[in-house]
Write a protein that binds this ligand. Structure first.
Ligand code: ADP
Length: 217
């Protein structure tokens, strides 16, 4: 692992109205790792993620992506930075009236100047990569049911194959333990702990009383 993180969050504070939603958040994410951000509903996970992609600005603190602080960039500068990463929504990300291949082609048609035949090739490569080539002409409703269980393993495989850096927000613990290299736990806007998956696995197997004693020693 290289020493410098590709994403470096420092002292991020976010206030909505009267409410301090994020308070002094620090987080490092290293190249190629999958960081899972956990925390109860309302703990600030989505807000943190939005700040990390520059879609909302924090009151205080910085977010460095590839060595560049993005919190003060304007929209056109942000769009340049955003080309380096993708955002994946857990559900509702696909248009149901379009085939899988058409869904994958859409952002390439809308946001690049690539010729249709190049887009066609890129779509085939991407679908091959995620094992969906044979489903290219099906509609989302025709494949989604049985595939949810495969998504976690797919993420693990892809992140190894492509060496992508991922930040995943979830409250599904099984999913978190399958995909995470490291995990970050938010609670009421504060970062409680950032540790390896193994650390959290140990905590998970430790009865509550024992865990309390461990944290006191
Ligand atoms: P999580 O993703 O962990 O459920 P959020 O980041 O969505 O938490 O929300 C954290 C807190 O900030 C919640 O109390 C939520 O009501 C509040 N919040 C989030 N977005 C806004 C907003 N745009 N305006 C006001 N309050 C917000």
């Amino acid at each position: 692992m290289p020493k410098e993180p590709v994403i470096k969050v420092r002292g991020v504070k976010k206030i909505f109205g009267e409410q301090v939603v994020l308070d002094g958040i620090n987080l490092d994410v290293y190249e190629g790792e999958t960081m899972v951000v956990m925390g109860g509903s309302g703990s600030g996970k989505s807000t943190l993620l939005r700040i990390m992609i520059g879609s909302i600005r924090p009151e205080e603190g910085s977010v460095e992506l590839f060595g560049k602080n993005i919190v003060d960039l304007d929209e056109s500068e942000l769009n340049e930075v955003r080309k380096k990463f993708g955002i994946l929504f857990q559900s509702g990300a696909l248009f149901n009236s379009m085939t899988i291949a058409e869904n994958v082609a859409l952002p390439l048609q809308e946001h690049t100047d690539l010729a249709p035949e190049i887009i066609d090739i890129q779509v085939k490569i991407k679908l091959e990569l995620v094992g969906l080539r044979e489903h290219a002409d099906k509609y989302p409703a025709q494949i989604s049911g049985g595939m949810n269980a495969e998504i976690d393993q797919l993420m693990v495989d892809l992140s190894k194959k492509l060496h992508v850096t991922s930040i995943v927000v979830t409250h599904e613990m099984d999913s978190a333990f399958t995909i995470a290299d490291r995990m970050a736990m938010l609670d009421k806007g504060k970062m409680l702990v950032v540790e390896s998956r193994e650390y959290f696995e140990q905590m998970r197997d430790t009865p509550l009383e024992q865990a309390k004693q461990m944290s006191q020693t």
